[in-house]
Design a protein around this ligand. Sequence first.
Ligand code: PLP
Length: 390
Amino acid sequence: MRPLSSRLGPLRHSPVSTVNSLLVSQPPGLIRMHAGEPNVPPPPELIEGLQALVKEYGQRAFAYAPVLGLPELREAIAEDLRALGASVEASQVVVTPSSTTGIYSVLEALLEPGDEVVLTDPTFMMYRPIVESLGARVVWLPEELEDGFQPDPEALKELITPRTKALVLVNPDNPTGRLVAGERLRAIVEYAQDKGVYVVVDEAYRTLVYDGSYDFAWRHSQEAVIAVNTFSKDPGVPGLRIGYIYGPEDIIRALEVLGAHAHFGASSLSQLAILAYLRWPGRWGFRRSIVDLYRARRDAAVRALRRYVPSARFVEPPTGMYVFFDVGAKDSEALVKGLLERARVSLMPGSAFSERYKGALRLTFVTSEPQVIEEGVRRVGQYLASVGIG
Ligand SMILES: Cc1ncc(COP(=O)(O)O)c(C=O)c1O
């Protein structure tokens, strides 16, 4: 047979495949610290609310939903955003079958071969493979551990060319947990808008802020900002595969056209579950309790790292689900393999997120209780010492 599309190349060599293979491997006694998948069940109100909606909707609960999403859910998302401080209308929202699909669709809607996309280094591993598979070029904006991984707006100015189509800002960040806010965020968004460059803000961890508060890029431009979101982290239901995007209306129209040909809408049943969550007034208290729970787990991870991996360099993450710690490994992929096989603990290699911090490791602190996190980090420290690191 003739060869498959060459666009698959960058996706095949992507670190996302590593996560996928780790999701299926379950050796006994493994402490799972690689994927940001909470072990907290969704609130009972989500399930009870879903049952009531299924009764109310009847057959419609199992029918196709409009490609842009159920109108009630788009409205509920816009209301939730307004309550959090971003003035968004339902017409500016599109529901996506996961934010992975959202990320792919936005980049597909924006990019032509030869375009340039500015990504921070480090950044979430999903972006580079997709940008490259669409024939565009990544331009790296370095972020330094010593500066708390904050992007420098002046350095950004040096990177923008007439070919730049977009800047991607994962905020709060995965893997580092850094939060860009205030003047710095305003400077970045206003500069990009001035140059006609889109700012794709990935807001997956927006409600998981332990120190400080979230600042919406949308407040600074409703023309340049396209925000990608997911319900995988709040309320923590990744298996439902629901996300959403809000942005300028021409982007929403483009996503409708693309969605009509790529997936024809997200699952109606999953959308009703999210609708039940967003209509539940108790979600504010639930969110606060999750933030308190994860903050305690973050603190446990940070304490354990200081104790068991004293040479690790890291910034205590003010947000999110991860600690990104530099151990100066020569080959972090080999290290992760050794940790999995010999120490029975799964982490992600720094090379998945960064060229400059490829000797780092990323652990998540949301998958287990503090004692288990501590034991996982103890195993990491013991294994690193056995191979002469740390
Ligand atoms: C920054 C970021 N964006 C998007 C996603 C993907 O979310 P979804 O489960 O909606 O595909 C993740 C998942 O970990 C993430 O960390």
